[in-house]
Design a protein around this ligand. Sequence first.
Ligand code: HEC
Length: 160
Amino acid sequence: MKLSFLCCSLVMPVLSFTANFAVAHETQIVQKTKVVQEAEVIQEKGLKSVMQGLLKDTQALTEGIFLEDYKKIEAAAKNIANHPTPGTLTMRKVMAGLGAEMGVFKGFDMKVHDTALVIANSASEQNMSKIISGYHQMIDGCQSCHAQFKPRVSKIINPD
Ligand code: HEC
């Protein structure tokens, strides 16, 4: 009786320490795996979600124009100019699929980037007519790429 009590009081803490340690260790591994997975997901954003971000920023930009909110215009235009990349896996697929046409595709992206920067600079100068002419060119860049590439690139990324 006494012995078994002694035995338990000695063994139990050791057991529970080991168990706690194992659980803590496992939690750490699970957390680490989650972090790595999240990092990979962030890295591979995908083109669709980049585009949805561009739409949100373009909506904010439009709102800024009609409210004559130059800070809002500048922030939205900078977001558009510095939009995240869809990730290397997606870009590799698009490059392989478009081949020599990749330059034209990139050219539309550059047009959107450059005009968004013009808009941001014009907003800091509070120059509405320059903002509006940049806005037209930027939307033309979005729409031209969609007209020429959207269905095809959509298929390249998600072949069914
Ligand atoms: C270089 C080419 C290119 C440019 C520039 C471009 N897009 Fe796109 N966009 C695409 C492609 C390709 C898709 C289809 C993506 C897919 O289906 O995975 C797309 C899809 C979209 C979608 C649909 C997303 C959905 O949920 O289906 C929106 C919205 C969008 N673009 C907004 C914009 C806006 C706003 C701009 C300009 C600020 C812009 N795009 C500029 C190529 C472009």
